[in-house]
Design a protein around this ligand. Structure first.
Ligand SMILES: Cc1cc2nc3c(=O)[nH]c(=O)nc-3n(C[C@H](O)[C@H](O)[C@H](O)COP(=O)(O)O)c2cc1C
Length: 170
């Protein structure tokens, strides 16, 4: 049997920028020889049991992870807190912001409670294209004066994935 290390990446995007981030993480991990199973649909994603490392990520809307990602983390909570190698990322800030607002998404708070084995929570800048948004979303982005653009920092994302690769088998 192969002794290659196995990673699971589960994430939820709405307009695609988190997709690009998850794909870059996946590619970087694969480049280091890790076998990666990736799912963009938490409703059908496999259990996090029996993976050497688990990476969970979501786009942030109104300070929260997407509902399907939250539901996945609730459904698999015990296995996630038993797994000593879980990494989280949030895609959110756009424009001049580079941090989430002071409150972390409830899902991140839930998984990072005291004593939790979660290794890290990365916040990656996202992208905004107001042409894709619905009327409500466009109104919200106008109120907070969020500016269109792709602010993803690929070097940061790859460096973070390299850290994950370095942790596999520690
Ligand atoms: C209606 C709306 C609300 C948003 N709320 C937040 C927020 O609370 N915090 C944040 O950091 N980013 C927020 N964003 C920015 C998104 O997280 C960002 O555009 C992200 O890249 C979207 O990821 P996706 O393309 O994978 O859906 C919001 C964007 C929209 C359109």
């Amino acid at each position: 049997m192969s002794n290659k290390k196995r990673a699971l990446v589960v994430y939820k995007s709405k307009y695609g920028s988190t997709d690009g981030i998850a794909k870059t993480i996946t590619k970087t991990l694969r480049g280091t020889g890790v076998t990666v199973m990736v799912s963009s649909d938490p409703d059908t994603a496999p259990s996090p049991k029996n993976f050497d490392v688990v990476v969970l990520g979501s786009a942030v809307y109104s300070s929260q992870w997407r509902q399907a990602m939250h539901a996945y983390c609730l459904a698999h909570y015990d296995d996630l807190v038993d797994n000593a190698n879980v990494w989280l990322f949030s895609t959110g800030p756009v424009g001049k912001y580079d941090q989430l607002s002071t409150e972390y998404p409830d899902t991140v708070e839930m998984l990072m409670r005291e004593g939790s084995p979660v290794r890290d929570h990365a916040v990656f800048k996202g992208a905004l294209d107001s042409k894709k948004l619905n009327v409500f979303e466009r109104a919200v982005t106008k109120i907070v004066r969020a500016e269109d653009g792709d602010y993803r920092n690929w070097e940061n994302i790859k460096a973070w994935a390299q850290r994950i690769a370095g942790s596999v088998g520690e």
